[in-house]
Design a protein around this ligand. Structure first.
Ligand code: ATP
Length: 406
């Protein structure tokens, strides 16, 4: 009896052991199943990464393409293109490009070897690509401008008023001036004032440097001008500020090189844009130059840049005001006498005065001080204002005697 009960006990134990073992195996299977799923997910992720890297590798390996502009589309499906720096070509078009996408002035990418059109490039007006600066409402106010009271008043009347109170012009029955030309030596505050007007009118400030329009993008100057005005309309109210206008607007004596013709084409496009827009539109144009005597009279004709505003070197009062503006947030010792500095900086421009203040601060830092002393300013004046400053100042520190078309 005892023996039987012992043997059934043993069997029970064995059964328990087997059940436990099976359960543990089942748990293990479940764990392995979860692991398997995790690995599968990881595999998928890595596979996608690998495909991405392979594609990137292929992109890196493929030769660069040439950017070009379509000039004409031929009846046989080919196109005439102008590459950005070269001659015109008649080229084939990849079968993956829809013929309806091929339009004159569309930008495309060409295969480097066969010159066939491989891609249509986006014609996005990206101001960085265009070599322009764009500021959504600059942060400079009139308070940050020393002197230039008359210039501020005139610019407010010609640029600010038409943007803020167009109805005034309608009531009186006159068109506001379309374009204003600021002229004067470099660093006299032309850009600063134009930005301040944009700030005051909450307008987008688009700044293009005319010399870059013609030099940086050979063969593209006219397109740049067109796109700049399109951008200005999209971002209206806006102020288009064209610096170094003489680079495209100099009087033409002789057009001998292709470079001259390029400059001429850019100027023509600029004139067409100015003529084409309605003076009541909320886009204003401000040009700036330090060589107004060389400008083509065509630019200064009524309805174009017909208001000229001269930026002189700052007088004593203005210099003091500019010193105050640029030292406002500086930690100055009590002994700093701005009025003495004013008499030491007779031929200085606003930009010179700003550099003097920065240099003075640098002298203090170099000597381990956090307070700027009068001597720092004196050293800065002799560094920034060489004795021959008079010679260095651009020709136009006073109004030129003769202005074409003015
Ligand atoms: P450029 O012809 O070289 O473009 P500009 O006449 O447009 O020169 P700005 O760029 O306006 O000169 O001036 C350069 C800097 O000098 C300004 O950012 C400003 O800090 C300082 N500055 C010039 N004029 C004044 C001024 N009247 N008041 C205060 N700061 C000034």
């Amino acid at each position: 009896m005892v023996i039987v009960s012992e043997s059934s006990n043993g069997e029970n134990k064995q059964e328990d052991y087997i059940t436990d073992y099976i359960q543990s195996l089942e748990r293990r299977v479940k764990e392995l199943d979860v692991d398997k799923k995790n690995f599968e997910a990881k595999y998928l992720k890595l596979d996608r990464e690998l495909a991405g890297l392979r594609a990137e590798f292929e992109r890196i390996k493929s030769p660069p393409m040439i950017a070009a502009t379509i000039m004409d589309v031929l009846d046989d499906g080919r196109a005439v293109v102008r590459s950005s720096a070269g001659p015109n070509f008649v080229v084939a078009v990849s079968q993956f490009i829809k013929p309806s996408d091929l339009k004159p002035s569309t930008r495309v990418a060409l295969n480097q070897r066969t010159y066939s059109i491989m891609e249509i490039l986006p014609s996005k007006k990206d101001p960085l690509v265009l070599g322009m600066e764009i500021e959504e409402v600059p942060d400079v106010s009139y308070d940050e401008i020393g002197g230039l009271q008359d210039q501020i008043r005139e610019l407010r009347e010609t640029v600010e008023l038409p943007l803020l109170k167009p109805e005034l012009f309608k009531k009186v029955g006159i068109d506001p001036p379309k374009g204003v030309m600021l002229y004067g030596a470099s660093g006299t505050g032309k850009t600063l004032l134009a930005r301040a007007v944009a700030h005051e009118t909450k307008a987008t400030f688009i700044r293009a440097i005319a010399s870059e329009l013609v030099q940086k993008y050979i063969g593209e100057g006219a397109r740049m001008v067109r796109e700049m005005f399109e951008l200005a309309r999209e971002k209206a109210p806006s102020i288009v500020f064209i610096d170094e206008l003489d680079a495209v607007g100099a009087r033409r004596l002789e057009m001998s090189t292709s470079g001259d013709r390029e400059v001429y084409r850019t100027l023509m496009q600029l004139l067409a844009e100015i003529d084409g827009f309605d003076p009541m539109e909320d886009v204003r144009i401000i040009g700036a130059t330090n060589r107004p005597d060389t400008l083509d009279p065509a630019l200064l004709r009524p309805g174009r840049f017909d208001r000229l505003i001269f930026f002189p070197l700052p007088e004593e009062d203005a210099r003091l005001a500019i010193f105050r503006i640029h030292t406002k947030s500086m930690n100055l010792e009590k002994k700093v006498e701005l009025s003495t500095l004013v008499s030491l900086t007779q031929k200085a421009t606003g930009a010179d005065i700003k550099s003097i203040c920065t240099e003075a601060g640098m002298f203090a830092i170099r000597e381990g001080r956090d307070v700027v002393e009068h001597a720092d300013f004196e050293k800065a004046v002799s560094k920034v204002m060489p004795t021959n400053k008079l010679m260095e100042v651009s020709e136009f520190t006073s109004k030129p005697e003769k202005m074409y078309g003015y």
